[in-house]
Write a protein that binds this ligand. Structure first.
Ligand SMILES: N[C@@H](CCC(=O)N[C@@H](CS)C(=O)NCC(=O)O)C(=O)O
Length: 216
């Protein structure tokens, strides 16, 4: 398997951490997201959406980060991080879909305003953040309720669902995600952050110092 990715992006961090949790080894090709490598024909012939990451395994060209996690789990036969009990699989599928259809967007506005814009020498737009806040809180409340009395989302240990749902929050401090009212999310995120796969996929060492300085 060969992974095309840039370690600084949300969905690439998700896949790098997830493949490690799964125990999958792979070749890699790093692309430069801010340099626009993902928009070049060499990559868009793999992913016509011009989005990172993508995984190639023989004649399979796979995009969508959550599909990559499911594929690698099944290929490796890892039934710990992707249990084969139909109800647990359905539950994991539900959280993967929720992440990509609702949670990613809920967190992404904070990433754009508080991280990407400063990197591009622009200022966060507080009006955009204020308008978006009810959407974030609506979705965070769903996750907060799910985590009541649970250490992990779908099992008594970390699964690919935890990695997928944590990814959009991966820079939550600099993203300035408003997590004050969500003790269950904060405690769960601390557990995710203690996982070796999460620590090894930290994007910060890959961010050029001159860009990092703009976030200080
Ligand atoms: N649903 C896709 C989203 C992929 C995505 O949005 N990737 C971002 C990086 S995290 C990207 O490459 N965006 C293209 C761009 O900003 O030009 C997935 O989960 O793989």
């Amino acid at each position: 398997m060969k992974l095309y990715y840039d370690p600084i992006t949300v969905n690439c961090r998700k896949v790098v951490a997830g493949l490690d949790l799964i125990g999958a080894s792979y070749d890699e090709e790093q692309l430069n997201y801010f340099g626009g490598d993902h928009k070049q024909p060499a990559f868009t012939k793999i992913n016509p959406n011009a989005e990172l990451p993508a995984l190639v395994d023989g004649d399979l060209e796979l995009w969508e980060s959550n599909a990559i996690l499911v594929y690698a789990s099944e290929k490796l036969g890892n039934k710990s991080v992707y249990p084969d009990d139909p109800k647990i699989r359905a539950d994991i599928t539900r959280w993967l879909l929720w992440e990509s259809s609702k949670w990613f967007a809920a967190c992404y506005t904070y990433l754009v305003e508080n991280v990407v814009k400063p990197i591009l020498d622009d200022k966060p737009d507080n009006a955009v953040l204020a308008e978006h806040a009810p959407t974030f809180h609506n979705r965070a409340s769903v996750l907060e309720a799910r985590l009541e009395g649970r250490d992990w989302l779908c099992a008594d240990h970390a699964t690919i669902a935890d990695i997928a749902v944590a990814a959009p929050m991966h820079l939550h401090a600099v993203q300035k995600l408003p997590l004050e009212d969500y003790p269950n999310i904060r405690a769960w995120m601390s557990r995710v952050e203690a996982l070796p796969c999460w620590q090894k996929s930290d994007p910060v060492p890959h961010i050029p110092p001159e860009l990092l300085a703009k976030l200080a």
